[in-house]
Design a protein around this ligand. Structure first.
Ligand code: NAD
Length: 320
């Protein structure tokens, strides 16, 4: 199905960081878009430029409210399911946060799809499903998958539920395991946190862990291009794709880039120590994106470049 034909899209989490960029893109392409979001971490201001348009609808509602979800989903053709708890440390403290807002929410989405005869879902999973894997470029075939935080456990459970619904009820799914997605409108993550901390104290920056954690960062527009590329070019009934880049950036390097972009000098980096930033932090994530490359997609920037661009956008130095 080509997104250039007006398609009726339903986007859970569409008022969030990635979701709102996806909304902009699908609206630009002339589609009909419904956003379903409880605004727990999303913001009305990120979608308000679409409010009032005939082809756009916003429902402020919870994925855990099954009857409302089922009713709202009626008449749509494709579900982009991005709604979830995205505060990973909070999910380790409040141990049913991911169970409810990721796993049960996804079961509700799938069940509402089944009852409404909707047969296409695009799902935002995460590199967290790989857990504490060896420091090699992980392909989608890597296993066993042993997540080390409840967010990753929730995402893996969702992947399993989606697979079973596809097998039993003829649903088609595109699952994306995202690396760290960065850009404007980010409300969480290490770049955002460093900027907030440095605004409060420009002389000293607390860095969780030893700063040697290595993660791939890529831009939100690349994330959306990648999802659309696989959605348009893969016909498999259920498939999983890593979405990110092959390069990576250490947390100390992120701190250096952020301080440079803020024009700060001689900032004292104060490390809390240990190889993990917090319990459940995966210190080393290296990604293979060969499967996406075969479909013709790759990230437009290296990880370091993406960090710098995202920092500049968050600081208002670069538009997007
Ligand atoms: P986000 O927090 O900005 O977006 C999540 C959205 O879901 C928010 O708008 C929030 O209000 C909504 N939401 C949460 N619980 C809900 C519920 N019960 N009912 C209705 N809406 C609910 O975060 P994001 O970075 O845009 O993440 C989007 C998706 O991508 C999430 O599924 C996330 O797990 C996944 N992901 C993101 C990254 C990343 O680096 N940003 C990495 C891996 C996976």
């Amino acid at each position: 199905m080509s997104p250039s034909k007006a398609t009726r899209y339903f986007i859970t989490g569409g008022a969030g960081f990635i979701g709102s960029h996806l909304v902009d893109r699908l609206m630009e392409e002339g589609n009909q878009v419904t956003v379903y979001d409880n605004l727990v971490s999303g913001k009305r201001e990120w979608i308000e430029h679409h409010l009032g348009k005939k082809s756009f609808r916003f429902m402020e509602a919870d994925l855990l409210d099954f009857d409302t979800l089922k009713q709202a989903m009626k008449g749509h053709e494709v579900i982009w399911h991005l709604g979830a708890n995205t505060d990973i440390p909070a999910g380790n403290r409040v141990t049913d946060l991911d169970l409810k807002n990721c796993t049960i929410a996804t079961r509700n989405v799938l069940e509402a799809m089944r009852q409404n005869n909707i047969d296409k879902i695009v799902f935002a999973s995460s590199a967290c499903v790989y857990g504490d894997a060896p420091p090699v470029a992980l392909a989608e075939t890597f296993g066993p998958l042993l997540p080390i935080n409840l967010y990753g456990a929730g995402k893996l459970a969702c992947e399993g539920l989606i697979s079973a619904y596809c097998h039993l009820f003829g649903i088609k799914a595109w699952i994306f395991r995202f690396a760290n997605v960065v850009g404007a409108r980010m409300g969480h993550g290490v770049i955002y946190d460093f900027i907030q901390k440095l605004k409060q104290n420009p002389e000293e920056l607390e860095i969780l862990g030893d700063g040697n954690q290595e993660k791939p960062f890529f831009l939100v527009e690349d994330c959306i291009d990648g999802m659309l590329c696989a959605f348009n070019n893969s016909d498999n009934q259920y498939d999983v794709y890593n979405l990110g880049c092959e390069s990576f950036t250490t947390v100390t390097r992120v701190a250096q880039i952020v301080t440079e972009e803020m024009g700060l000098r001689d900032v004292n980096f104060k490390y809390t120590g240990g190889k993990r930033g917090w319990p459940g932090d995966v210190p080393v994530v290296h990604f293979s994106v060969d499967k996406m490359k075969k479909l013709g997609w790759s990230a437009s920037h290296t990880s370091d470049e993406a960090v710098r661009i995202a920092a500049r956008r968050l600081l208002g130095k670069e538009a997007r």
